[in-house]
Design a protein around this ligand. Structure first.
Ligand SMILES: [Fe+2]
Length: 401
């Protein structure tokens, strides 16, 4: 980064002065484990996501069509509650991709749970025949406390199909005091099939943290590519625009889409990212006028492609900047976290452009990978940029005015 002598950066907001818990210890590698003699298996999971309020989403993938549920409770020896997937028009879900939402959880309480999966062997109109049932070991998580006055998370970006980097980089964060883990796009080069999702993302995160701590995923431009890109979102609670408040921060997740023009030959005429970005700009325009956005102590935007104008050949960056930047300025955003450029970089406020700091994570090659840590309380946001040797590259403070 520039200005190596300056190990500490800070921002005074307004004047813009530069300046899960597993009770059984680290869980066994569940991802490849669960099977019985009949052949039904949990291919990966459970992995957690959340609405950042009082829900926890328990997800997994089975190898066969199955009916799934979650048994849970507040004691590991008494899983006295049961939750099923969301019914649609009266029908409980049956399939291989399972998502069970545990609702109305008590903030800060520890919950214990296991996933259960029962194979549907023969589905006749008037007779349903079940096969074997598989259960995971008991896991635990702490229900999120979104009304507390602080938030912590770590960000990974631009892993580009190097699954070993996920656990490695997360282990650089020794204290692991995090409410969630954030993946800021381009975790893959392109989407091929379910096995790639399992091997290059779900198994590494399940083995590292995802049974006990939820994650957030913002799609990068590379996740939009490949024959499986249209199925990608089925495996996640949410992919694309979202806004939520957690602690002192109002978060807005934007999907910056692809980097080239929609008319570029590589897309074959089947994409509409200009329209998609315009749709999100309309949502952002509404968001910045909302009480939740205005009243938050801080406003942080999470988006894969940094919304700053770059080389004219990169239409996506320029289009995102032209749409999002005026709104981010108008909304007095405090910080943007991005990736995409494969450099750990700091973009300070620039006259006529972004009025807010932008931090990009690096990657994907050894030596340029990063772990970005963020902690915010009611007074300040602290961002630490950590290199893949564990060294602190830089840090940034944004102060509440
Ligand atoms: Fe990218």
């Amino acid at each position: 980064m520039k200005n190596k002598n300056e190990s500490r950066r800070s921002f005074l907001k307004g004047s813009l002065l530069l300046g899960g818990v597993g009770i059984f210890g680290p869980s066994q590698a569940l991802a490849q484990v669960i099977a019985d003699d009949s052949g039904i298996k949990i291919l990966t999971g459970p992995y957690l996501q959340t609405n950042f309020q009082d829900d926890m989403h328990i997800q997994w993938i089975s190898n066969k069509e199955a009916h799934g549920w979650v048994e849970y409770g507040m004691e590991p020896t008494n899983l006295d509650r049961i939750a099923y997937g969301e019914s649609k028009a009266g029908l409980r879900p049956v399939g291989c991709i399972h998502r069970i939402v545990l609702k109305d959880l008590q903030p800060g309480a520890t919950y214990y749970y296991r996933i259960v999966c029962k194979e549907i062997q023969d589905f006749q109109p008037y007779k349903l025949s079940y096969g074997a049932e598989v259960r995971s070991p008991i896991e635990s998580f702490i229900a999120l406390e979104n009304r507390k006055d602080e938030v912590s998370f770590v960000m990974l970006n631009d892993i580009h199909d190097r699954p070993h980097s996920i656990g490695y980089l997360l282990d650089l964060d020794k204290d692991k005091q995090r409410d969630f883990v954030f993946f800021n796009g381009d975790i893959f080069d392109y989407q091929t099939d379910q096995q790639q999702l399992i091997d290059h993302f779900f198994n590494p995160i399940v083995d590292s943290f995802a049974k006990n701590t939820p994650f957030l995923y913002a799609r990068g431009n590379h996740e939009t590519r490949g024959k499986f890109a249209r199925t990608f979102a089925d495996y996640f609670s949410e992919v694309g625009y979202q806004a939520f408040t957690y602690g002192p921060v109002r978060f807005v997740v934007l999907d910056s889409g692809e980097d080239k023009k929609d008319s570029h030959p590589v897309y074959g005429g089947i994409v509409d990212y200009d329209g998609y970005r315009e749709q999100q700009a309309r949502l952002l325009e509404r968001e910045i006028t909302s009480p939740a956005f205005k009243e938050a102590a801080f406003r942080v935007v999470l988006v894969h492609i940094p919304p700053v104008a770059t080389d004219p050949q990169w239409h996506g960056s320029n289009h995102a900047a032209s749409l999002f930047q005026p709104l981010l300025n108008k909304g007095k955003v405090d910080l943007v976290l991005s990736g995409h450029i494969h450099q750990c970089k700091f973009f300070g406020p620039t006259s006529g452009a972004n009025n807010y700091p932008i931090v990009t994570g690096g990657g994907p090659k050894d030596g340029s990978r990063t772990l970005i840590k963020l902690h915010a309380d009611m007074k300040q946001i602290k961002v630490e940029m950590i290199g893949d040797l564990g060294q602190k590259i830089d840090e940034l403070f944004v102060y509440r005015k």
